[in-house]
Write a protein that binds this ligand. Structure first.
Ligand code: ACO
Length: 325
């Protein structure tokens, strides 16, 4: 049976120039390179310039993804930005990206599911592309998490960074099997009863301030391992593939111990798990496309591979997506 699949035809990413090492942070809070590396695997993070809003990071990633796909801004008819750190409360970062890229009038909006935002946004794009409402979509994860840090709180400020990643999504004809190129299946979840474990203590309709990120790290850790493992298993079922068949796992890059915990729980081959958390820390919705791009650039992930993206974040939200590249 012939079906329309949403295929990833280009990938790009961008990290701001400034690198903040663990040693740099040890001058700001009572911490050490040793503690951060042992508990998280993080060695450094990138930080955007004060005059460099999230939309600028998104635009740089989008330009690279368009070039990779052999497309231009004129081809784009849909832009979805997954972000928790918009330039302004409104308009959406996607609207600003549209203007800066010069794509012309089309559909553009943001998706807010914190660290799971990229997986959520991909599923939304799938709805447009597979129904013929978009011929060339940009799905972008772009974040400036450093703007949400309380720089006196060592339990959170060492964990996050800034960055952006983008994929181009276009329709491709498939046969309705797991061999098709494109997005093969999703599992998306939110458990709103656990909002107090990970949140920002501000907002336009509460304090009228931006606020700072607050987290019960231990509890988030436990939920992350269990929930992500469940999301992966459910996604494989929906997509009609098995966990051992997956060529590459591209997890949300929050913490090396969470990545390892999920791998251990599911018995994953660690050589199939992409990890870039050491280089850019937790960039929330940007971390999956950043890791995907890195592994494609260095030649590990290739066309035709079965790739599984997975994430968990504030909400608590979590989810996964199976893709034949
Ligand atoms: N440097 C030095 N010591 C620290 C630091 C730091 N940066 N942060 C905390 N500590 C101290 C604590 O104060 C505590 O000291 P105490 O024993 O004197 O009270 C001690 O280290 C142990 O603290 P724990 O919170 O128990 O440390 P834990 O081993 O749980 O590690 C961490 C903390 C890294 C935050 C861990 O809980 C974690 O990875 N949680 C997951 C959170 C996460 O990654 N969230 C990202 C967003 S959600 C997502 O993306 C999945």
């Amino acid at each position: 049976m012939s079906v329309i699949r949403s295929a990833i035809t280009g990938v790009g990413s961008y990290l701001p120039e400034e690198i903040v090492t663990n040693a740099d942070l040890a001058k700001v809070v009572d911490t050490s390179d040793e503690w951060i590396v042992e508990r998280t695997g993080i060695r450094q993070r990138h930080r955007a310039r004060p005059d460099q809003p999230t939309s600028d990071l998104a635009v740089e990633a989008a330009k690279k993804a368009l070039e990779d796909a052999g497309r231009t801004a004129a081809d784009v008819d849909l832009i979805i930005v997954a972000t928790t750190t918009p330039d302004m409360t409104f308009p959406a970062v996607a609207s600003i990206v549209q203007r800066k890229l010069g794509t012309g009038v089309g559909i553009a909006f943001d998706v807010q599911a914190v660290c799971s935002g990229f997986v959520y946004a991909l599923s939304v794009a799938d709805g447009f592309v597979a129904r013929g409402m978009s011929k060339c979509a940009l799905v972008i994860g772009a974040e400036e998490m450093t703007r949400l840090m309380d720089w006196t709180d060592r339990t959170t400020c060492v964990l996050f960074g800034d960055g952006a990643g983008c994929v181009v999504v276009e329709p491709r004809e498939g046969q309705g099997t797991a061999q098709d190129q494109g997005l093969l299946g999703f599992a998306l979840r939110c458990d709103g009863s656990k909002t107090d474990l990970l949140y920002v203590d501000g907002g336009p309709a509460s304090t009228g301030t931006v606020g700072h990120l607050r987290m019960a790290g231990n509890q988030v850790f436990r939920h992350a391992v269990v929930n992500i493992a469940e999301g992966i298993t459910a996604t494989c079922e929906v997509a009609g593939v098995t966990v051992p068949e997956v060529d590459w796992f591209v997890p949300h890059q929050a913490n090396q111990r969470i990545i390892k915990g999920v791998g251990d729980r599911l018995g994953l081959d660690e050589n199939k798990v992409i990890s870039t958390v050491a280089e850019h820390a937790n960039t929330s919705a940007a971390s999956i496309p950043l890791a995907l791009d890195a592994a494609i650039r260095d030649g590990r992930i290739k066309r035709g591979d079965l790739v599984l993206l997975e994430a968990m974040g504030g909400g608590l939200t979590w989810g996964a997506c199976a893709i034949r590249l």
